[in-house]
Every structure is written in C-alpha cells, then in structure tokens.
Design a protein around this ligand. Structure first.
Ligand code: EPU
Length: 340
C-alpha cells in the first residue's frame, strides 16, 4: 500500500475535473482499507478522508485537502440459490455495467433495465440507482459495510438501508460512518420483463425484437442511453445533475393551468414527480454553453464539461439553473451529484 501525494483526480471523476488530492491511495481488500485508515492518523497525520468509487456522481469544486481512498474491492460470486432466485455478491469496486453484463451472460434477471449506468457496485445502494422503471431496491438482498468507528464489518438488510428515490441511510444518518464493501443482489431465474417505460417499448419495436429477453431489453436500454446521455469517456458529466422534484397534486394542477405542457408522473402517495429536464429546458438552458461548462443539448438534466471547465464553473451554472427554475415555476431543484 502506498500513499501518494498531490495526485490529479481528473481520471478518477467522470466530470473530468482537474482537482488534486493532497493524498491518494487505493484498497483492494478490507484489510488494506483497515490499515490505511490506521495509517492516515500516524503517518499522514490526517483525519479527513473520502472513499471514491467510480467517481460518476461527484463534482470537485476545489482541491481535496485530505486523503482520497479509491475503492478497488473486486470479485463476483454466487452465494446461494433457491427455486426462484440466485444470490450474487459483488465487490463494491466492481464496475456496475460489467456486473450487469455478467448477470445477463449467466441468465440472471432483474437488472437489465439498469444497463450502462456509470459507476461502481458500491454506489448502487448508496443512492438506490434507478432507470427505466427499475431501482436497486427491487433486487437488493443485503450489503456489507465497514464501520469506521468500530473497525468491523456490519451487514445491512433491505430495511436497514432505508432506500428511497436516489437516497439511502448512508446519505443521511450514517453519512461518513460506513464504507460499503460488497453488495448481494437477489436475481431472478425466470425474468419478469419490465417494459413499462414507453421509450423501451419504442426502442424494442425499432430493433424489431420478436421475443423479449433480458439481453434485448439491455440492448434497448443501451441504445436509449447512448442516444441521449453523453458518454463520459468523450464528454465529462455525472448523469442527471438534479433530482426530479416532487410536488403536491394541487400545486401540480396550478402549474399545469399555467404551463399545460408540464411533464409529471404520479408517485405512490398521490404526489407528482416533475421531469426536471422539462423545467430546465423551458428556462432556455438546454444546449447552453459558457466556456467549457454546459447543459447537454439532448437532455437538459445533464450538465457537461466539454474539456477544461472547473468544478466551480459547473457549480455556478447549476446555481443559475436552480435560480431560474425557482423563479419561473416556484420549484426548488435539488442536486443529485455530490459536491466536494
Ligand atoms: N424532458 C424534457 N427535456 C429534457 C429532458 C427531459 O422535456 O431535456 C422531459 C421529457 O418529457 C421526457 C421526461 O422529461 O419524457 C423524462 O426524461 P427521461 O426519460 O430522460 O428521464 P429523466 O426523468 O430526465 C430519470 C433519471 C435518469 C434515468 C431516466 C430513465 C433522475 C434524476 N434521472 O431521468 O437517471 O436514466 O429517468 O429512467 O431520476 C441519473 O440518475 O444519473 C440518470 C441518468
């Protein structure tokens, strides 16, 4: 294990922001993580540290004056199976999409709709990743996480994690207390196809798919995502920058009278989730670019770095967007991306 000093984080965040970490190291086992956390106090003389996964949901607005620990816990293994399910455990540092492909190759259903989401396995329960009608909570069995205070592994069930829309207990009550080390998913032997999302149906038709399979659904999702979301390898971004805000039905009706085209979906408790992309587009931001910071021209919910934008420039753009949406619609957007 070595700890490096003054390391550029550009290749470790999908926004491609060239912030520097004062110290940087990686861990491939839980023992290495344990040792690094001990070392940081004695050798490095630092208390502040952060664990980085795929770096796909983070915006660095300044240099990081602490120790960045890159999670490289790998390994995928079948834990057990019953009549209907196979339980598969993956190291938190496994690439998410590679894990989806592993499941598809092994005929394990449940996460095909979550194809091509950037990031690592460890982030999947942390923010309950979701797309095209499926969320991690639908296939989650349990996870293991290292307690920074107690220096031991704990197991968290689905209930323990309190998964919500892009949310979990690890973003709130247990923030900075645990490091997710592995996640175990309960996958289906028999697929239950979820094609409720209109865009998937349309894409499958376009692909002329006669018989549904997890592979064809995965391909449809890959096609849709590639057509409207920028590839972080080419244009820096962190997916949706804001969450879709929820408003009461009565407020939605008021908005709808004023803005008949407004896009909203029912959520279970009777509230309405608004498409933030629509709100942002209506404020004229879609395709906007100032220097290298911009609002993507095919999906207004995604902010992009065309090359050398700083984290501050992206952040300031997000602030301007937030203000104008608030002024026009009276709706306060919340950032989905973690700001550092
Ligand atoms: N829309 C616009 N203009 C835009 C973008 C969207 O008018 O520029 C409207 C359209 O009416 C569209 C609707 O918004 O039909 C919904 O757009 P889309 O299907 O692209 O989904 P989203 O609500 O913008 C959410 C997730 C995505 C996920 C997609 C598909 C959030 C914050 N984002 O986006 O997740 O891939 O649904 O399920 O919930 C992510 O979290 O990083 C992410 C990409």
């Amino acid at each position: 294990m070595d700890i490096q000093a003054n390391i550029s984080l550009k290749k470790f965040n999908t926004f491609g922001i060239d912030a520097h970490a004062r110290y940087f190291s990686r861990f491939k086992t839980v023992e290495e993580l344990h040792d690094l956390l001990d070392l940081r106090k004695s050798i490095v003389d630092l208390s502040s540290f952060s664990v980085l996964g795929g770096g796909s949901n983070i915006l660095f607005t300044k240099n990081y004056d602490g120790l960045i620990l890159k999670n490289e816990l790998k390994g995928i293994k079948k834990i057990k199976e019953d009549e209907h399910h196979v339980y598969v455990q993956a190291g938190a540092g496994e690439n998410w999409h590679q894990f989806v492909l592993y499941c598809i190759e092994n005929n394990l259903a449940g996460i095909e709709n979550l194809s091509l989401i950037p990031g690592n396995v460890g982030a999947s329960p942390m923010q309950n990743i979701g797309a095209y009608g499926v969320e991690i909570k639908d296939v989650f069995a349990y996870l293991e996480a290292y307690s920074i205070k107690e220096k031991v592994l704990h197991t968290f069930s689905l209930n323990d994690c309190e998964l919500g829309y892009r949310d979990s207990i690890f973003k709130r009550k247990y923030k900075n207390e645990f490091i997710i080390t592995s996640v175990t998913y309960r996958l289906n032997k028999q697929p239950h196809f979820n094609v409720s999302y209109g865009a998937i149906k349309d894409e499958l038709e376009k692909m002329k798919v006669k018989e549904l399979s997890i592979k064809s659904i995965s391909q449809a999702v890959i096609n849709i995502r590639s057509s409207k979301l920028p590839d972080p390898a080419k244009i820096g971004n962190a997916g949706s920058f804001f969450k879709n805000p929820t408003v009461s039905r009565s407020f939605f009706e008021t908005l709808k009278n004023k803005f008949p085209g407004i896009v909203g979906y029912d959520v279970h408790n009777g509230d309405i989730k608004l498409a933030a992309g629509w709100l942002i587009e209506q404020c004229g931001w879609k395709g906007f670019r100032k220097g290298d910071a911009g609002c993507y021209d095919k999906q207004a919910l995604v902010l992009v770095n065309y090359g050398t934008a700083t984290g501050d420039e992206i952040y300031n753009l997000s602030e301007d967007i937030l203000q104008s949406v608030k002024e026009k619609f009276g709706v306060k957007l919340e950032r989905e991306v973690n700001i550092f």
